[in-house]
Design a protein around this ligand. Structure first.
Ligand code: NDP
Length: 445
């Protein structure tokens, strides 16, 4: 396999899909050497089979807004690979959703899910519908219309969706309710459900907490065992960012930034638990903007900016893809940042990743560092199928142990001769080998 050749071929067959090309290229560069040591992979054209999604559903969603206008949105489900378990991956509702974004996310999800040790294949879906500024009723009508089509293609042993950007507990509940009505079964074909109807404790917290458990594993390699004295920059202020902040504060770190798509706040005194409680209220109850935090606490707010120019020792990008570029990475390095751990999927551009690796900082790529969310989703599926609920402590313990094991896999495949752990390489090879071996064992499909 020659990476350039494979990439050029994919670009020719699937033009205008830059995010998909970017995600594939990153993985292929990491696995090239290992892949070429296995002639059976090439013989079965595994590379194309593992890069191209098994199936993509594309459909129109028609719904009625509060003024009676009939609206249409495009919606998709990308079922990328089910070699090691049912398709699994979140739904994203955001104006930027398109096949390229969902193909990159489903591709990443396949390897991420393989790392979790749980039997889950990779998928992703969503719509260019934006919940921002919509009433509850509009969101409910959209979710129901969306499920009128999607329910045909999902099921507890087939494909189990969850949340992502723009899809939280409210949206999951509306979609799951409609799914149950149509499918006439109650087997938990959605994760991130409410606690009263099959959800798991710790699921909302899981991605953020998991990222910090992964970070602590990385820091341990440097002899650092807590977050006291660490100054932490976080982007985003949604599900992942807020629970990341909660765990950082609990472990003694000082969170100085959060953001949304309008700008970022910088609080030199640190966002403490009380201020974070305000953010939870602001975001979940009032669906407000992060600027309101600056207005309330009188701290700095930068309209349209990203937090990476602020001085920090740890950066945790937790908003969206390509939100941290080469210039941002240089600024972080110049300011003494020692670790970057990704809550979001592919938040760092290839240039930024190159800079992190050149400086040999602790860099945890999203597919390893943010795998805690899907891991607890896997645990939610298990609880649904055995019809039992585990306690908060039990789920949290399992989450910790999965994140430790993901870290160990990354270290096993990514440790270089001088002892530096290249987590990008480690995560990509560990995830790839598991999926590749399962595909080879199951024959040409
Ligand atoms: P939410 O919708 O809860 O929050 C997203 C946050 O990111 C919001 O603050 C949003 O601001 C901001 N944001 C979104 N798009 C942009 C943009 N283009 N530019 C700047 N800011 C933006 O989503 P999640 O917290 O669930 O997801 C965040 C990231 O984590 C995503 O990359 C997702 O794929 C990834 N992830 C999520 C998991 C989960 O369990 N939820 C699991 C693993 C990964 P605004 O409100 O202004 O749009």
């Amino acid at each position: 396999m020659k990476v350039e050749q494979v990439i050029n071929n994919l670009k020719g067959r699937f033009p205008n899909e830059p995010e998909y090309h970017q995600a594939v290229e990153e993985v292929l560069h990491s696995i090239e050497e290992v892949y070429n040591e296995h002639p059976e992979f090439e013989k079965q054209n595994l590379i194309e089979r593992i890069c191209i999604p098994e199936r993509i559903f594309t459909f129109r969603v028609t719904w009625v807004d509060d003024k009676g206008n009939v609206k249409t949105n495009m919606a998709y489900r990308v079922q990328h690979n089910n070699a090691i378990g049912p398709y699994k991956g979140g739904m994203r509702f955001h104006a930027s959703v398109c096949p390229s974004v969902l193909k990159f996310l489903a591709f990443e999800q396949t390897f991420k899910n393989a790392l979790t040790t749980l039997p889950m294949g990779g998928a992703k879906g969503g719509s260019d519908f934006s919940p921002k500024g919509k009433s509850n009723e509009e969101i409910m009508r959209f979710c129901q219309a969306f499920m009128l089509e999607l329910w045909h293609h999902i099921g507890p042993e087939t494909d189990v969706p969850a949340g992502d950007i723009g899809v939280g507990g409210r949206e999951v509940a509306y979609m799951y309710g409609m799914y149950k009505k149509l499918a006439r079964e109650n087997t938990g074909t959605f994760t991130g459900k409410g606690l009263g109807f099959g959800g798991s404790l710790i699921r909302p917290e899981a991605t953020g907490y998991g990222n910090i458990y992964f970070l602590m594993n990385m820091l341990k390699y440097k002899g650092i065992t807590d977050l006291k004295g660490q100054v932490v920059a976080i982007s985003g202020s949604g599900n992942v960012a807020t629970y990341t902040a909660e765990k950082v504060i609990e472990l003694g770190g000082k969170v100085v930034t959060l953001s949304d798509s309008s700008g970022y706040i910088y609080d030199a005194d640190g966002i403490d638990s009380e201020k974070l409680a305000y953010i939870f209220e602001l975001k979940n109850l009032y669906r407000g903007r992060i600027k309101e935090y600056a207005d309330k606490y009188g701290c700095k707010y930068v309209e349209g900016g990203r937090p990476w120019s602020e001085k920090c020792t740890i950066a945790l990008p937790s908003a969206t893809q390509n939100e941290l570029n080469g210039d941002d990475a240089e600024m972080l390095m110049n300011n003494g940042c020692i670790a970057v751990s990704e809550g979001a999927n592919m938040p760092s551009t290839p240039e930024a990743v190159e800079i992190f690796l050149k400086h040999k900082i602790l860099y945890g790529p999203g597919k390893a560092a943010n795998a805690g969310g899907v891991s607890v989703s896997g645990l939610e599926m298990t609880q649904n199928s055995i019809k039992l609920s585990w306690t908060k402590e039990e789920v949290d313990e399992k989450l910790k142990s999965i994140m430790n094991s993901i870290h160990a896999s990354c270290a096993e495949y990514g440790t270089e001769k001088d002892g530096f752990v290249n987590y990008v390489k480690g995560a990509n090879i560990a995830g790839f080998m598991k999926v590749a071996k399962a595909m080879i064992a199951q024959g040409v499909l």
